[in-house]
Write a protein that binds this ligand. Structure first.
Ligand code: C5P
Length: 312
């Protein structure tokens, strides 16, 4: 395998889940789920440069305090790819972090996907897409979607993907929170709530694929009609995220009051996503929401058609 001389730059999108139906806990510690992933035009940018060994540095508006070692999923992605391909893990990784961390936006997964794409190119491997997707799935449940982008149905623990052809793009406002939530803690809280019996705020979902199909969300994303999509959003993790971060109830109420078509917690939270009619409505909504003080920051994004881009 030859190593090309130049550096490789990859832009890779954050995601929200338009529907997240969470089934029972599996013996392997993951939950069976059925989801619709939606890639956002909020991207991290990873640069991979030739180097004598594996190094990583993280900068950018959301980069403060983030691990720049083996605890970072991008580092582990480079190691995994090198081991798989039988090449030395010689690369200098630089991440410009724009996606909030521990926020339910799969920012760490995005960086891992970016590292796979960039190192594959830098090291001249050119692995077939299914092989990269299999490596992605070993790194985390959301990494395979970050490689793909667009809008897709996810099954299994989220790694089995089927793109939704003809999915439209929609305008959203993201409300970023001050703190983060750990994904395992949110799933554990859901299990706890479900274990409480009939009065639990989170009923057990036996067949997440059936729940997803019944929601009609896949049809709504191809319709391009935000009013239709608004009634079809859902997130089984939301009651658990609200229990761990009760302030999110205020954020969701503020978004509703400011005129969002709908709002929900993104993935395991704590970011909240609000659906707007169009880009102009999203920008107005973001300003109004930021003015309420119910979140750290509110900003307009577009979701549904963003894809990872490899430059260089
Ligand atoms: O796959 P990933 O590393 O992103 O998952 C982080 C944690 O989230 C898992 O260790 C598990 O606790 C929880 N999880 C889950 N079911 C899924 C995906 C994630 O329980 N389908």
């Amino acid at each position: 395998m030859s190593q090309t001389a130049g550096r490789v730059i990859v832009r890779v999108p954050a995601k929200i889940n338009l529907q997240l139906a969470v089934g029972p806990l599996r013996p392997d510690g993951f939950h069976e789920l059925a989801t619709v992933f939606c890639a956002l035009d909020l991207c991290d940018v990873l640069t991979a440069s030739p180097a004598g060994s594996l190094t990583l540095d993280v900068q950018g508006p959301e980069g403060a305090g983030l691990a720049a070692d083996r605890n970072n999923l991008a580092w582990r992605a480079a190691e995994l790819l090198a081991g798989h391909a039988g090449v030395p893990a010689r690369v200098g990784l630089h991440i410009e972090k724009n996606i909030p961390v521990a926020a339910g936006l799969a920012g760490g997964s995005a960086d891992a996907a970016a590292a796979l794409l960039a190192c594959d190119r830098l090291w001249g491997l050119h692995l077939p897409a299914p092989e990269l997707a299999a490596l992605a799935a070993r790194l985390g449940s959301d990494v395979a979607f970050a490689l793909l982008g667009g809008t897709a149905v996810g099954a299994g623990r989220g790694e089995r993907l089927r793109p939704i052809e003809g999915a439209a793009s929609f305008s959203w406002v993201l409300a970023a929170a001050d703190g983060g939530l750990a994904t395992p803690a949110v799933y554990a809280e859901l299990d706890r709530q479900r274990g409480l019996g009939d009065d639990a705020p989170a009923p057990v979902v036996a067949d997440p694929a059936a729940t997803l199909a019944a929601s009609g969300v896949a049809e709504a994303v191809t319709s391009g009609d935000p009013e239709l999509l608004a009634g079809r959003l859902g997130n089984d993790l939301q009651p658990a995220a609200l229990a761990l971060a009760p302030y999110l109830a205020d954020t969701l109420a503020a978004g509703q009051k400011c005129g969002a078509l709908a709002g929900l917690v993104s993935g395991s939270g704590p970011t909240c996503a609000f659906l707007a009619r169009d880009g102009e409505h999203a920008r107005t909504l973001a300003r109004a929401l930021a003015g309420t003080g119910s979140c750290r920051q509110a900003f307009a994004v577009t979701g549904g058609t963003a894809r990872p881009t490899v430059l260089g």
